[in-house]
Design a protein around this ligand. Structure first.
Ligand code: ATP
Ligand code: MG
Length: 790
């Protein structure tokens, strides 16, 4: 290798170095959590560049989140004097967006096409369903949404979908109508980004050949969670001659419910005749108590490719386990513990807040935790959940902006035509929609044909938008947004609202978000494909120095490729506004307002994949929650939950907390949950129980013939003000029925079934049981006699 490349390799162990320096052919790096897969992938890119085997333009790298992509670029930028901005590093969606922007004509899209997020998609489907008088009971919009997304993930257009029944045919028809609607309005959903770029490559040989000649190295992180279409997409870019470097961990495959195929790993090895497979077995992230816990837990899964993971770090601290009486008490305990950590009590020095993560299974669980943190003034940051760009007021503002860009965007039109209210009723809108349908035009265009008072109001709205469009010409993004906020009446509306202060603040934050988008991201090049990219670095408007590079260092970049992508010839680029709207749709949405602070990190386990923190809390470890209720009816479901738990545990470097609560308020109902089966799958020696209720005692409660107390317990009362640190009495409510989730039972009427969840205690105990022949039933145990079998 070139001399410049060797320092890069010093930070690696032998296996990692072998992986990084593999010859340019297909390779699979299969390794457990924290073994340096992502580090290997990043270093390989750096090594390929530094040793002159590829230019930055020749690399295509796929990461799982935008955050990971940014991190990778930052690291590469630190390792080498290289123009990372021009590199194709991003998520599947981000890269597809970039690709489609560069070839919008071939893709049959308007250049400023808008991206529908999941919410927008649902409202588009609802609108369609209404318009076509679809029976919503029979075809719930949510299900149609899943159906359409599923078809696209399988690479199927309506004509490719097999339709066996009448219902099937209707769904295909709706899928078709949905596609036509999106096309008419110039919008694409997330699945469409993938499918359309795949089809474009498949159907246009010159484009395909261009990219195949260009991307010599294709690198994919988190390969275990790719779906069928993504796999086909990779294959399309790879062609015969390019090297695919895939890294993954089958034990961390957690998106099967969304179509991810862990089988892609085996397919990859077979179809690409992969000769190089490297395993990494040294974990650099966690102390051995944490690692042993993860290893033992995952060993309960049957379907595994199998690999070992060891660490040279000592045992470290034990894994701390806490049982709370209620979710509120659990949250208070977490917060108190965090305050100790930050102050540095019981640890060597204080832990920075951003090194503390609170993980949970569902977004809905964050609310209680947020309240507890908020009450004592601990700064926190929530990932996922209601993202900044998904808040109602922000969606309204974005809808106005989208209409400025694209008046045909009917989804946006309907969102704000009567917001703030301007006396446009549902009936007028129905008439307008009918007129638009009859004329085959957009709602915006149909307005001119309307009459009467309704017509005047609608005309006023359209005129307002059109005037605003003219006024904003030549303005900066910031000015455009400010003007829109005034002219649309949004600011005024929220200012007048009693509880509108937060919303006004968020709207102002939108201006800041736009500002930082323009300055920091230089238009957010990762979100938008500026055709300049195709023309090579000499057309970059920024000098290397302005990108934080030393101008004396050579910038590793290539001469312009000889093939100029068709749509790039004109040199057209997106307006800053269009670019910003794309960013808003694609950005994995952190709450911008809290971005700068040192804050505790809150997220679902899914969102934590690939990340690491010094201290991790995994909360809500209860049957029916984690593992989730839906997963519990089959083994594959439970195995996926166990992998999710494996991901959760392996995020921790130094300290891991696991907690569960006896009672929890979720979706407006108090539920009484048994603690998660995963506790029983962890090795005893790594655990430390913080609550008096000992492990041995708890275990015997579930074993048979261990003599349950015969006195009935009063139903558990929710104690809103239970002191967080009051010792929790030993579990009094030992189940006298001897049942637990996962157990096979017999019922005189329904026959054999499997217990899914248990709720309540004493006389109120109810069990949810899945009977193969009768479906899922809730049974009151005081009435139904369930007899365990086996
Ligand atoms: P995950 O499966 O969770 O995505 P991973 O396999 O991608 O994990 P990395 O995130 O790349 O693992 O690495 C885990 C941690 O170990 C990181 O902090 C990384 O910097 C560190 N690390 C990796 N390899 C080494 C090494 N050879 N020497 C020191 N630290 C290392
Ligand atoms: Mg990783």
């Amino acid at each position: 290798a070139a001399p410049g490349a060797s320092p890069l390799l010093q930070q690696l162990n032998d296996e990692q170095r072998a992986a990084v320096t593999l010859p340019p052919e297909h390779a699979l790096i299969l390794a457990g959590a924290g073994s340096g897969k992502t580090r290997v992938l990043t270093t390989r890119i750096a090594w390929l560049l530094a040793s002159g085997q590829v230019t930055p333009g020749g690399v295509l790298a796929v990461t799982f989140t935008n955050k990971a992509a940014k991190e990778m670029m930052t690291r590469l930028g630190a390792m080498l004097p290289v123009n990372v901005r021009g590199m194709w590093i991003g998520t599947f969606h981000g890269l597809c967006n970039r690709f489609l922007r560069a070839h919008f004509r071939l893709a049959n899209l308007p250049q400023a096409f808008q991206i529908l997020d999941t919410q927008d998609q649902l409202s588009a489907i609802k609108r369609l369903v209404k318009q076509h008088n679809v029976d919503e009971e029979r075809f719930p919009p949510k299900e149609l949404q899943w159906y359409i997304a599923g078809c696209k993930e399988e690479g199927m257009r309506p004509k490719d979908v097999p339709a066996r029944s009448e219902d099937d045919r209707r769904k295909v028809e709706l899928y078709q109508l949905y596609e036509e609607q999106c096309q008419r309005e110039g919008v694409v959903d997330f699945g469409e980004l993938m499918l359309r770029s795949y089809e474009l490559l498949r159907d246009h040989e010159p484009v395909r050949e261009h990219y195949r000649r260009r991307f010599r190295h294709i690198l994919i992180d988190e390969f275990q969670d790719t779906n069928k279409l993504q796999y086909a997409w990779i294959k399309m870019f790879a062609g015969e001659q390019n090297a695919v470097f895939a890294v993954g961990d089958d034990d961390q495959s957690i998106y099967a419910f969304r179509g991810a195929r862990v089988g892609n790993m085996a397919d990859f090895v077979r179809e690409f005749s992969v000769r190089r497979q490297i395993k990494l077995e040294q974990n650099y992230r966690s102390f051995s108590n944490i690692l042993d816990s993860a290893n033992t837990l995952i060993s309960h899964n049957k379907h595994r490719l199998g690999k070992d993971l060891r660490t040279d770090q000592g045992p470290g601290e034990p894994v701390r386990v806490y049982e709370a009486p209620t979710d509120l008490a659990e949250a208070q305990w977490v917060v108190e513990e965090i305050r100790h950590l930050v102050r540095g009590e019981g640890t060597a020095g204080g832990v920075p807040r951003h090194e503390i993560a609170i993980l949970y299974r569902n977004n809905a669980q964050s609310r209680v935790l947020e309240t507890a943190l908020f009450n004592v003034g601990v700064p926190y940051r929530v990932y996922g959940g209601l993202r900044f760009f998904e808040r109602a007021e922000i969606k309204h503002a974005l809808a106005y902006l989208r209409l400025l860009e694209n008046p045909r965007d009917d989804t946006s039109f309907l969102r704000v035509v009567n917001f703030p209210p301007r006396g446009i009723g549902a009936r007028s809108l129905e008439q307008l929609q009918d007129a638009a349908r009859a004329a085959g035009c957009s709602l915006h265009d149909a307005v001119s044909a309307t009459t009467g008072k309704a017509g005047a109001n609608l005309g006023g709205f359209v005129a307002r938008i059109d005037v605003l469009r003219e006024q904003t010409e030549g303005l900066t993004l910031r000015e455009i947004i400010q003007l829109m906020l005034e002219q649309s009446g949004l600011l005024e509306h929220y200012r007048a609202e009693r509880d509108g202060a937060d919303r006004v603040e968020n709207l102002e934050e939108l201006v800041n978000a736009a500002e930082s988008f323009v300055t920091q991201e230089g238009f957010g090049r990762d979100a938008v494909a500026l055709p300049v990219d195709e023309l090579g670095p000499q057309t970059l408007t920024q000098s290397p120095a302005s990108q934080g590079l030393d101008p004396r260092q050579p910038v590793l970049d290539e001469p312009a490729p000889d093939f100029v992508a068709p749509d790039a010839e004109t040199g057209e680029t997106l307006s800053p506004l269009a670019a910003f709207l794309t960013h808003a749709a694609l950005e994995a949405g952190d709450n911008q307002a809290q971005a700068g602070q040192d804050a505790v990190q809150l997220m679902t386990v899914h969102a934590a994949k690939g990340l690491e923190f010094d201290c991790v809390f995994v909360t809500g470890l209860e049957e029916g929650l984690f593992p989730s209720e839906r997963s519990m009816s089959d083994r594959d479901g439970v195995e996926e939950e166990r992998r999710l738990m494996y991901v959760a545990i392996t995020r921790a470097r130094k300290r891991l907390y696991l907690s569960h609560s006896q009672a929890r308020m979720l979706h407006g109902q108090t539920r009484y949950n048994v603690r998660s089966r995963f506790f029983d799958e962890l090795p005893e020696h790594t655990l430390k129980w913080l609550t008096p209720q000992g492990r041995a005692g708890a275990r015997s409660a579930f074993g048979f013939g261990s003599g349950y107390p015969t006195t009935r317990q009063p139903a558990f009362q929710r104690e809103a003000d239970a002191p967080w640190n009051a010792p929790v009495p030993p579990r009094k409510t030992q189940p006298e029925h001897g049942l637990r989730a996962g157990m096979k039972v017999f019922h005189t009427k329904f026959g054999e079934g499997k217990v899914q969840t248990l709720e309540g205690s004493g006389e109120d105990t109810r069990a949810q049981v899945n009977f193969p022949r009768h479906g899922v039933k809730w049974l009151a145990l005081s009435v139904a006699k369930l007899v365990p079998v086996e």
